[in-house]
Design a protein around this ligand. Structure first.
Ligand code: KIV
Ligand code: ZN
Length: 386
């Protein structure tokens, strides 16, 4: 691969698992961690070890099994959290502690009843505690999206000086517009003196549907890690969707930025996560939704059947999806009907198709979708009366 690599930090097992109803047991987490490693994820955030004995065990077991990806555990900037993360990760071939604290005025005042100076000291102290366990430390400045840039730069510089090797700039509330998030990353790249000693990471939430756009804007301005989840799962409206950022960067290869993700495994892992978490994927979800490669209106179907590229920018096999589908509804056209009939072994000339199409429309108006059984009936009735 040419260009610059973006590290993919998957947090399906931590931020994704925070979704109500998506909780996983250790066995399920191990199965998903192995699939994430196989997908080519660089860092797997396996859980939040202090949060429960079960999650501590999950992080610990995953650490013993995963060898290629880095295994990461979350903590607050609290000594006992960091100790639990360090202990849970002790068997990891590559272990990372992810620690941090809220840096926006809203978090400083409402959550901590504190002030900027105290938060800065707590941030540095947390990194120092984490260094007792590993050299791979990621610091998160929670609510960085709403943190004033000058203060954020001060925090980033201080935690890098203390030993953080990755600094996460979360848009925790999904507030930023893409240009604002990109400018924030650019500001840090230009104003943090020791920025060359760390990787900046994007962790964008989707409250305004901008998580993917914000993450892409972040890497276009110098960030080199994206935090994301399969199917975009995560707190509230979710996180940046892994499959989306990977395919954006593949489609726009001229940006000169690539990931090590094996895109042909995206649909299988999406299904695995959906089944394991018992959380359906919305049909119109980009890349992995059931309709991502379905064509239903006559205009689109006609163009697609002449040349797939007229209405598809990705081939389904590139992302491990089944073949494209021509769905028959009352909005479908003659060429789509002829195509589906041909697939069932029925060939009609143009005049026959005109008549058949009128029968088809009468039927389609009464139904959501016309399937193979109805097509067989339609074809046999027409053949019998013709
Ligand atoms: O959204 C957020 O700020 C987080 C941090 C804990 C990284 O999930
Ligand atoms: Zn988050």
């Amino acid at each position: 691969m040419t260009g610059e690599k973006i590290f993919i930090f998957d947090t399906t097992l931590r931020d994704g698992e925070q979704v109500p109803g998506c909780k996983l047991n250790t066995k399920e987490k191990i199965e998903l961690a192995m699939a994430l490693e196989d997908l080519g994820v660089d860092i797997i955030e396996a859980g939040f070890p202090i949060s429960s004995p079960g999650d501590f065990q999950s992080v610990s077991e995953i650490s013993k099994i995963i060898k290629k990806s880095t295994v990461c555990g979350l903590s607050r900037a609290v000594q006992k959290d960091i100790e639990a993360a360090g202990e849970a990760l002790k068997h990891a071939k590559r272990g990372r502690i992810h620690t941090g604290i809220g840096t926006s005025d809203s978090h400083i005042k409402s959550k901590f009843n504190s002030n900027r100076e105290d938060i800065l000291q707590r941030a540095v102290q947390a990194v120092k505690w984490a260094r007792k366990y590993t050299d791979d430390i990621e610091f998160y400045a929670e609510d960085a999206g709403r943190t004033e840039n000058e203060f954020l730069a001060k925090v980033v510089e201080a935690v890098i000086a203390a030993g953080a090797t990755t600094v996460n700039i979360p848009d925790t509330t999904g507030y930023c517009l893409p240009h604002q998030y990109g400018e924030k990353i650019k500001f840090l790249m230009e104003h943090v003196k020791n920025i060359d000693k760390a990787v900046l990471s994007c962790h964008c939430h989707n409250d305004l549907g901008l998580a993917t756009a914000n993450s892409i804007s972040g890497v276009m301005n110098g960030a080199r890690q994206i935090e994301c989840t399969i199917n975009g799962l995560g707190e509230r409206a979710g996180n940046t969707s892994l499959e989306e950022v990977v395919m954006v960067l593949k489609q726009h290869a001229y940006l000169g930025i690539y990931t090590d993700i094996d895109a042909t495994k995206l649909n299988p892992i999406s299904q695995l996560v959906s089944d394991t978490m018992r959380m359906p994927v919305q049909p119109n979800k980009a890349i992995v939704g059931a309709n991502a490669f379905s064509h239903s209106s006559g205009i689109h179907q006609d163009g697609f059947l002449k040349d797939a590229q007229t209405y598809e920018i990705i081939r389904p096999e590139e992302v491990g999806a089944e073949t494209s589908k021509i769905v028959l509804t009352a909005r479908s056209g003659r060429s789509a009907l002829a195509y589906r009939l041909k697939n069932l072994g029925h060939h009609f000339d143009r005049n026959d198709m005109d008549v058949l199409y009128e029968h088809f429309l009468q039927l389609a108006d009464k139904m959501k979708e016309v399937g193979d059984d109805e097509l067989e009936t339609l074809a046999s009735q027409y053949t019998a009366t013709a």
